[in-house]
Design a protein around this ligand. Sequence first.
Ligand code: NAI
Length: 309
Amino acid sequence: MAEAHELRFRTPGLSIDTATLAAGSEAVCIFVNDDASAPVLQELKRAGVRFLVLRSAGFNNVDVEVAKALGIRVARVPAYSPYAVAEHTVALMLALNRKLVKAHNRVRDGNFSLDGLIGFDMHGKTAGILGTGKIGQLVAQILCGFGCHVLAYDPAPDAAWAERHGVTYVSQEALLAQSDLLSLHAPLTPQTQYLIRAETLAQMKDGVLIVNTGRGALIHTRDAIAALKTGKIGYLGLDVYEEERGLFFEDHSEEILQDDVIARLMTFPNVLITSHQAFLTDTALQNIADTTRANLDAFAAGGVCANEL
Ligand code: NAI
């Protein structure tokens, strides 16, 4: 890439305050917590930017309509490794179920007791997959391998895939009502924002295990906290958080945490949070770099970019 394109690396994320740093660049390359909302795009346009290249699959942080209206083309990496995200999702489920973090800390402390470490068999449990795109399908297949009874909901169901893997499509209501394990793999859109909130939590089984490696705002976090306090949610695994911008991906260990909501979440023994790392495998990083380079090459060559939104 270094030979074909001149790269300028900027430490701060893209925001209204940093957009002017793009002056003199034709393309800007961003990640999930960069802000490409309308005012930022207008600033980029003024700076001369004509191409926004995302190193992510999700693009809820970009106002694509405004970008198009401004003549800024937008490309992403539609699939770099759905396996990476699916495997991390199941890692969160297993770590929560088998209380691996507590067990590890206990053993390191010289405490070899088993008190409080009882888990449950994944085998035979009902798992609900909300969103059966690339990642949701892989999570479903892994859970089928565990012997779970897998239910799915997707407004665009893939009947042939479900048939092949013994997955059953049901309504969202039925899925919420029947699942012991619930995994979120829908994109964040106005329709999916707060998919998990007081009203939908009330439809679920008591003690449900929920994992979200999709986008933070699929869950209304304060409602989830209320449901954790009553035991409605038995386990919560999060790789994403609705207020993660400015928090995740950075070392804040020397500061006083200002976000009282995540601070409360961190107090629950049955909540496990990772900092948007589900994508983070060597294979995924290589694929992100390769596709991003291909997107830039296509733009520079003036041709059509296959991954354009
Ligand atoms: P995809 O586009 O292949 O699949 C998304 C699926 O969700 C589609 O089948 C779509 O029909 C379905 N869907 C749309 N609205 C829905 C609704 N209301 N209820 C249920 N399903 C609905 O996307 P992919 O690659 O599977 O990724 C899913 C999401 O995972 C991305 O949008 C992104 O936000 C997130 N992601 C998170 C990563 C992480 O590191 N934590 C990494 C990559 C993606």
